[in-house]
Ligand binder design. Structure first.
Ligand SMILES: *Cc1c(COP(=O)(O)O)cnc(C)c1O
Length: 391
């Protein structure tokens, strides 16, 4: 992709986050990528244009976002979509009727819904396995397995998968590996470098980072598959508008700083919860007690901003905590600068109740923001106190 800053080799992540994809606008010198709010482009002659003919096919603001995302994931190509689900749906068009897909058994509820309730009706077969168990992935492989799909860390159980190990097993069987990197972000984990064929993001979360835009992206290295996906992006048309691309690009500039703050705050919140007498279990890859703490240290630059926990007093107490926090807003989604709290079972994971992905009804999930951590801990302390009588 076009990159006049390529005279400096091996730019580091923080620098790429600020500069990748962003060049002074050739028409005006505007330092920030303009919002090209246009559906079409004047042609100099019949069929002769400057690389842009219609905004479903290409738009300069989207091009900048795609270039930035490819750089951040260390990939050759990126394609942006109107949502994370649109990115996943478009990618799955590479899989044909009669093909088989192995999917993690603790993936985003909307991904399970798309696979199970939509794509299952189009002749695709899905197996749901614990991808953190390499033998389980191996056992699920079939001659027609085309794709292995996983998230690491998972949502909401924060289970990890060894990406390099699963990539090797998938490739040996002639299957692709796709990794949903939404929870880690490329600031903490770069799956393409570990052997994955595709990375997808819901840019709605950490990439955008401010809870003000919905979007998705696919990043990959293979140029011929990229051409196919680019054809599909235009043919299907689930593309983001230029304002959404601009907002996402603006978020990206502070991704490195934000992820440092998310990791630092979440580590302290997890430790506070682990020491609290009302808390039965804390799930956080940064704690020694996490069963895959070693893999987290090896595969990720930091343990992330998501923390899940269970209370001794169970589900009723969890409802009280979720109602009583004041800085932690009771809401779905994650990855924004502000802290959120939710109960996955009745909220984000309601669509997977009675499925292999069902979660404990009393589980509480935190998206720890970048506020002052003492304030966050004080908020949780008062909510846990309020829950003291419940259960
Ligand atoms: C939110 C999310 C998605 C779906 O993305 P949307 O932008 O909401 O369509 C996919 N995967 C993960 C891990 C998510 O958190």
């Amino acid at each position: 992709m076009h990159n006049p800053k390529s005279k400096i080799q091996n730019l580091k992540f923080e620098t790429l986050a600020v500069h990748a994809g962003v060049e002074p606008d050739p028409a005006t010198g505007a330092v920030m990528t303009p919002i090209y709010q246009t559906s079409t482009y004047a042609q100099a002659d019949v069929g002769r244009h400057q690389g842009y003919d219609y905004s479903r096919t290409d738009n300069p603001t989207r091009t900048a976002l795609q270039t930035a995302m490819a750089a951040l994931e260390g990939g050759r190509h990126a394609l942006a979509f109107s949502s994370g689900m649109a990115a996943i749906d478009t990618l799955l068009r590479l899989v044909r009727p009669g093909d088989h897909v192995i999917c993690g058994n603790d993936v985003y509820g909307g991904t399970f819904r798309l696979f199970d309730k939509v794509l299952g009706h189009y002749g695709l077969a899905f197996s749901y396995v614990d991808t953190s168990n390499l033998a389980a992935v191996q056992a699920a492989l079939r001659p027609n397995t085309k794709l292995v799909w996983l998230e690491t860390p998972t949502n909401p159980m924060l289970r990890l998968t060894d990406i390099a190990a699963v990539a090797a097993v998938a490739h040996q069987a002639g299957a692709w590996l796709g990794v949903d990197n939404t929870f880690a972000s490329p600031a903490l984990q770069r799956p393409l470098e570990l052997g994955a064929d595709f990375v997808i993001h819901s840019t709605t979360k950490y990439i955008g980072g401010h809870s003000d835009v919905v979007g998705g992206v696919i990043i990959l290295n293979d140029t011929s598959i990229y051409e196919t996906l680019k054809f599909l992006q235009n043919a299907i048309g689930a593309v983001p508008g230029p304002v959404d691309c601009f907002l996402t690009l603006r978020g990206i500039k502070t991704l490195a700083l934000r992820m440092e703050a998310h990791c630092r705050n979440a580590t302290q919140v997890a430790q506070f919860l682990a020491d609290h007498p009302a808390v039965a279990e804390v799930i956080y890859p940064g704690l020694d007690s996490h069963p895959q703490h070693e893999l987290a240290r090896r595969q990720m630059k930091g343990p992330g901003g998501m923390v899940s926990f269970l209370l001794h007093a169970g589900e009723a107490a969890a409802w009280v905590v979720a109602r009583e926090t004041q800085l932690f807003t009771l809401a779905e989604s994650l990855g924004g600068v502000e802290s959120l709290i939710e109960l996955p079972a009745p909220m984000t994971h309601a669509s997977v109740a009675d499925s292999p992905l069902a979660v404990d009804a009393g589980l509480v999930r935190l998206s720890v923001g970048i506020e002052n951590v003492q304030d966050l801990i004080a908020d949780l302390a008062q909510a846990l106190k309020a829950a003291g009588g419940a259960g």
